[in-house]
Design a protein around this ligand. Structure first.
Ligand SMILES: NC(=O)c1ccc[n+]([C@@H]2O[C@H](COP(=O)([O-])OP(=O)(O)OC[C@H]3O[C@@H](n4cnc5c(N)ncnc54)[C@H](OP(=O)(O)O)[C@@H]3O)[C@@H](O)[C@H]2O)c1
Length: 238
């Protein structure tokens, strides 16, 4: 049996991915702040889920979480960072930007680092980050979220490069979803995927040890367009 740790698995993509891993005989540690939701997931298969109530923005507790999981499971094959927040901020209010920076940048960096170093010592492991198609360009309505996703994508590529040169067998995957039907998908959405379909494609990319995967696959087309469209046109849409 393999072991996985999914940070941010109370709902959405993290929760769906946890279900797929459990069905594939993984033991899965699920985390998040909403204890009741974690407990409900555990009740569906108490042998394979382990619940840790955890707020990633409490940085000191991140190390304690890793020590806890290490003591319990000894080895971890897969770590997924799915925690994320992001809200429109039309007036650039600092109070609205801060949680996004804390969760998507500071805490993400903390967890990525803990995961990478854990795998380095262990000699193997697969780290998966969920950035976004939003990582490619800026957005005038949700600036902190888009910038935080650019940070995640760039940081994950750095870790992928580092893993390639490491003696340990470390794989790093950056998942870039378009719209997925969770509470995170707001505004004018299109090509919205169900979370079940998105998670299946994410798990397939994990099994293939991909460096980067667009979810769903057709979002690759949007990625190509976003990378080449001039800012003088972009401002009319984003
Ligand atoms: N849905 C989309 O359209 C879409 C598109 C591109 C990228 N993404 C990314 O996909 C990831 C998963 O989001 P989702 O769509 O599945 O939305 P979601 O259902 O809202 O899931 C977000 C998860 O993040 C966790 N989280 C938030 N703040 C946290 C904190 N301080 N400590 C620990 N966990 C925290 C939440 O758990 P608690 O609230 O219980 O703590 C929840 O489990 C995010 O990184 C998001 O940016 C989503």
């Amino acid at each position: 049996m393999k072991n996985a740790l999914i940070i941010g698995a109370t709902s959405g993509i993290g929760k769906e991915l946890a279900k797929l891993l459990v069905a594939d005989n993984y033991k899965v540690v699920i985390t998040g702040r909403r204890e009741k939701l974690l407990q409900e997931i555990k009740d569906s298969n108490s042998n394979q889920y382990i619940v840790k109530v955890h707020d990633v923005t409490n940085l000191d507790s991140c190390e304690a979480l890793f020590n806890d999981v290490k003591n319990e499971l000894k080895t971890i094959d897969l770590i997924v960072y799915s925690s994320g927040v992001g809200n429109p901020n039309y007036k650039l209010e600092w109070e609205k930007e801060l949680p996004t920076l804390q969760t998507n940048i500071i805490a993400a960096t903390k967890i990525y680092g803990l995961a990478y170093n854990f795998f380095r010592k262990q000699g193997f492991g697969h780290l998966v980050g969920i950035s976004s198609i939003a990582s490619i360009r800026g957005n005038r309505h949700v600036p902190a979220y888009f910038a935080s996703k650019a940070f995640q994508a760039n940081y994950l590529e750095s870790l992928w490069l580092k893993g390639k040169r490491s003696k340990a067998k470390i794989v790093v995957t950056d998942i870039q979803p378009g719209f997925v039907d969770t509470s995170m998908a707001i505004g004018n959405t299109f090509w919205m995927s169900t979370k079940e379909k998105a998670s299946k494609q994410i798990y397939s990319a994990i099994k293939k040890k991909k460096k980067k995967a667009y979810i769903t696959k057709r979002w690759r087309l949007i990625a190509v367009v976003l990378k080449i469209v001039p800012a003088s046109l972009l401002y009319k849409f984003l």
